[in-house]
Design a protein around this ligand. Structure first.
Ligand code: NAP
Length: 250
């Protein structure tokens, strides 16, 4: 018996990076996996095949998480294709880093829409299914910079802090309906998102991390498996860091 046997999961933004790692780990743990992507068509088709090799059902959907109507259509399609939905991982996210002095309204809006409004869009449409089943786990991928701030990331930090507040409210509103909601706050994880940074900046992060290495998508995926599984049945409304000790809040 695997930890996620019999569960149907949605992971947004799984064509690359952390979402990709979560999708693979979920399939390995027995979950049927629906996932989304925005533009990486080939990577999405390849992931579908990789997931099916674990003996589970898998399907990738091209869907913009920042668009409410597309989120609504996505949830309807998943229920039609898979019959139900139990775990939702709101992972899709972008950065448009620059100092506030130089940040444009467009850079602000893009990040807020993709990182925060997307979480509303997907959760709002998925919650009807989860509440009807009186069973569900929503996992929102935030960031330690949503708890601590980071220069050059006013838009990103604000979006991720918003995700934490949203998570707390959903946990309180939906707990009595059997639906839990938690957030994962990764620190510095090696993906294409952080690959854009200079070697000097990457070295600076590594020096500050007590475990002296960047995290991997698998490090984050391991916690997502736990939060999606029944083993975390009494954990609700929490934000848990996966950061190698970089940020240690009380
Ligand atoms: P990544 O490597 O850049 O991958 C981003 C993924 O999101 C891709 O699959 C991309 O799809 C998808 N995506 C982007 N915009 C989307 C949209 N509007 N609708 C649907 N999918 C969309 O990023 P990552 O590093 O894995 O980050 C994943 C999540 O972890 C993000 O929420 C990020 O903020 C968070 N996080 C990352 C780190 C880190 O150090 N990497 C740290 C803390 C938090 P396409 O391939 O089709 O573009």
């Amino acid at each position: 018996m695997k930890l996620l046997d019999g569960k149907v999961a949605l992971i947004t933004g799984a064509s690359r990076g952390i979402g990709n790692g979560i999708a693979k780990k979920f399939a390995e743990m027995g979950a049927d996996v629906a996932f989304t992507y925005l533009s990486s068509e080939e990577k999405a088709r390849a992931l579908e095949e990789e997931l099916k090799a674990f003996g589970v059902r898998a399907k990738g959907y091209k869907s913009d998480a920042a668009n409410f109507a597309q989120a609504e259509a996505l949830i309807d399609s998943i229920v039609a294709d898979f019959g139900t939905l139990e775990i939702v991982v709101n992972n899709a996210g972008i950065t448009r880093d620059t100092l506030l002095l130089r940040m444009t309204e467009e850079q602000w809006d893009q990040v807020i829409d993709t990182n925060l409004k997307s979480v509303f869009n997907i959760t709002k449409n998925a919650m009807k299914v989860l509440m009807k089943n009186r069973k569900g786990s929503i996992i929102n991928i935030t960031s330690i910079v949503g708890r601590n701030g980071n220069p050059g990331q006013a838009n990103y930090s604000a979006s991720k802090a918003g995700v934490i507040g949203f998570t707390q409210v959903v946990a309180k509103e939906m707990g009595s309906r059997g639906v839990r909601c938690n957030a994962i706050a990764p620190g510095f994880i090696a993906t294409e998102m952080t690959g854009e940074l200079s070697e000097e900046v990457i070295k600076g992060w590594n020096d500050m991390i007590p475990l002296k290495r960047p995290g991997t998508p698998e490090d984050v995926a391991n916690l997502a498996v736990f939060l999606g599984s029944d083993m975390s049945g009494y954990i609700n409304g929490q934000t848990i860091n996966v950061c190698g000790g970089l940020h240690t809040p009380n």
